[in-house]
Design a protein around this ligand. Structure first.
Ligand SMILES: NC(=O)c1ccc[n+]([C@@H]2O[C@H](COP(=O)([O-])OP(=O)(O)OC[C@H]3O[C@@H](n4cnc5c(N)ncnc54)[C@H](O)[C@@H]3O)[C@@H](O)[C@H]2O)c1
Length: 353
């Protein structure tokens, strides 16, 4: 069978990670980049041997019949780019966060269903070896009923692209929560069995990015823009309630005076589980009358390549479900929206999904 023809929209940091990942996947081939930044897209096309280049998704779709479009542009453009690709009948892999509001995520979910094409979100932590291992223990019933979880991601100094689109609410939709908290809420919600969220109560802070001149850091994802805006959160804290009575507590920071770290803790009535993507999984249980931990051994996974293998397999076999599909993107975005709304209003807010 011929390779699926991929176009990547956005040839920046993560667009290149996708090109590299797709090159490892059987049955997939990147044939085009679309990015108005000519130097960026030319360098990416050269590096990955990609033959075609365009400015925007519309130019690419008008010139080429593509099977899959990867959306790797700033958050505010996720929905417009993805909707253009879906309208053209392409399958879509859209980077996280799903969009900048739940109404857009719903539009994408509905259009993908109308068109009969696949929509997958780049919630790549679900494809980590740790997530796969944890899910196997959850699915085997080893935790019993999961009634509570905590998840945290701390960066001591990790604001991306200070002053760029990353820290401009109109382009990013938010800060630490929507950029990195999104991965952690999603992974935890998935491992909890995707219970229906009903309410969120949250607080956000902005302490470091607001004074760019005194921001002391060692490295930065993306490119800073001196004098650019910072009107987003650099720390978010939230409690989410679910219809089944379960709860999730999140803390996510781009910058805080605390140590770097990332972990998910799931508490079930039969057992617990702790994981950190890329680092460890342990199951907290009892054995032979003793309180005991299980430390499973597993092979490392290339989670970016795995997410593309998952999509290629689902395109080839319609009976296969997409693990991070349009509905899940909509529910996730609804939780993010509720957290920001709760923090702004100072109240618990309901989530309708
Ligand atoms: N999955 C992950 O772990 C992960 C990691 C980093 C970034 N991301 C996500 O990937 C997306 C891009 O982030 P990045 O770090 O690559 O940003 P980036 O700024 O490095 O790259 C974005 C690129 O998109 C281009 N662009 C902007 N608007 C465009 C448009 N309308 N059409 C075509 N190209 C356009 C820009 O010229 C730039 O080259 C964001 O949504 C971000 O949240 C995901």
């Amino acid at each position: 069978m011929a390779n699926l023809r991929y176009g990547i929209v956005g040839a920046g940091s993560i667009g290149k990670v996708h090109a590299e990942a797709i090159s490892k996947v059987d049955g997939a081939e990147v044939v085009a980049f679309a990015d108005p930044a000519m130097d960026t897209r030319q360098a990416a096309a050269e590096r990955f041997g990609v033959p075609l280049q365009y400015d925007y998704v519309e130019d690419m779709l008008a010139a080429q019949k593509l099977d899959v479009v990867v959306v790797a542009v700033p958050n505010v453009s996720h929905a417009p780019v993805a909707l253009a690709a879906l309208r053209a009948g392409c399958h879509v892999l859209c980077e996280k966060p799903p969009t900048v509001n739940a109404a857009q995520a719903k539009e994408m979910m509905d259009l993908a269903a109308d068109k009969g094409v696949r929509l997958q979100y780049g919630l790549v932590m679900r494809f980590s070896a740790e997530a796969e291992t944890a899910k196997a223990y959850v699915d085997a019933g080893r935790l019993g009923t999961i009634y509570h979880s905590t998840v945290q991601i701390w960066r001591r100094r990790g604001i991306p692209g200070l002053g760029s689109w990353f820290t401009t609410k109109a382009e990013s939709g938010g800060g630490a929560l929507i950029d990195i908290g999104v991965h952690m809420i999603d992974l935890t919600h998935y491992l909890m069995g995707l219970p229906k969220p009903i309410a969120a109560s949250a607080v956000t802070h902005a302490k470091f990015g607001v004074d760019a001149d005194s921001y002391n850091y060692l490295s930065m994802w993306g490119t800073p823009v001196p004098g650019g805006p910072f009107d987003v959160d650099d720390l978010a804290c939230a409690l989410i309630r679910f219809e089944n009575g379960a709860s999730l507590v999140l803390q996510a920071a781009w910058a805080a005076n605390t140590s770097d770290g990332m972990d998910v803790r799931l508490m079930g009535d039969k057992g617990g589980l702790e994981l950190s993507p890329g680092n460890y999984v342990r199951v907290l249980t009892e054995d032979n009358g003793f309180i005991a931990d299980i430390k499973p051994q597993y092979k490392a996974a290339d989670n970016f390549a795995e997410q593309h293998r998952h999509l290629v397999a689902a395109i080839g076999d319609k009976s296969r479900a997409i693990r991070t599909d349009g509905r899940q993107g909509f529910v996730l975005q609804s939780m993010l929206d509720a957290i920001y709304r709760s923090a702004a209003e100072g109240n618990e807010v309901n989530i309708e999904v």
